[in-house]
Unconditional design. Sequence first.
Lengths: 188, 188
Amino acid sequence: MPGLLMDSILQHVSLTEKEQQRLPSFFQSLRTRKHQYLLQEGQVCKYEYFILKGCCRQFEVDAEGKENVLQFSIEGWWITDLDSMLTQQPSLFNIDVLEGGEVLQIDKQKLDELFNEIPAVERYYRIISQRAFIALQRRILFLQKPAMERYQEFITRYPFLEQRLPQHQIAAYLGITRETLSRLRSRK
Amino acid sequence: MPGLLMDSILQHVSLTEKEQQRLPSFFQSLRTRKHQYLLQEGQVCKYEYFILKGCCRQFEVDAEGKENVLQFSIEGWWITDLDSMLTQQPSLFNIDVLEGGEVLQIDKQKLDELFNEIPAVERYYRIISQRAFIALQRRILFLQKPAMERYQEFITRYPFLEQRLPQHQIAAYLGITRETLSRLRSRK
DNA sequence: CGTTGGCTTGAGAGGGCTCAAGGCCAGTGG
DNA sequence: CCACTGGCCTTGAGCCCTCTCAAGCCAACG
């Protein structure tokens, strides 16, 4: 039942009836539970995940043991470590589950087959990759700005995340400490 | 003479002889001169540029008048404002020439035609978009680290840029002031 | 030579960090 | 039903990294 995935794809490209029927066979469904790891530092990342329900995060643990969040992902978004996927090198990142639910997974080989069999899906990938790139550019610019502005940008751009996530996770995404975030909120 | 572009493409996908012959017709060559703007804030970005010779930068001017550099681009790299390209909205960024030379340009329509005519080029685009995404993720993590580490990462990853660029440009890329960069260098 | 752009150096200020303690709530076991 | 525990958030005090503002130097260039 990858209705959500189909929606996402059809939002950017069109597929024939046949292609729409073929699509699900490339993916595997997986239930997720809170605190479960979809990827651990040191492993080669095997799958790209599309979230049907729940919430995940990708983060690194730096030399001082601090967790830096690269991205959150909820229903209708993708998450993976692209670097490890493409290079087949051990990942520097972890992906874990903040809210249990269900995801679709596809491995590199299947994905390549999919691209060859349904070129429109490769176009879809090209487009969402570009959009992800744009989002990261925006984030880089915001990382130059003071903590308060970063936080305000976050809650206006992702109000739905602000409500679902504990504050210390948001702080780790904004690149500030929990304490600083707490102080920001009290003088908002 | 887009030999450099062809190299870049063939590094990631293969093209038939015919496709290789068709390719150049999609692009226009353009000489660039120092201080020239390829894109100005407020304009809709019309082209993607592939640099054959020279060096460009993409930057924003923030509310305080500070220039924040999003990317540098030299021979064999692309540069554009993807956001403005895709949405056809006025750009928030400037792209200017730091070192004159020559670029190839292609507009949105031609690019779409190119994707349809030579699907392998769309795959090439998908791949370089993903690589660009990975590079930005790395940069986001480094922006969390102290200035010294950012600088050291920069000079080891992009030694060729460190030599070609004036220091205040590098500072604007690292997200620090010229003064701080100068002090970092003196106690390296 | 005088000007200009790029780099350096100094002094002081401030935003965000660290370390530490305390409060609040939900879940759990006696 | 209540005490306890652990997770999460808040608040305070002091510090440090980086910024701002200001001045000075040097090389390139008209």
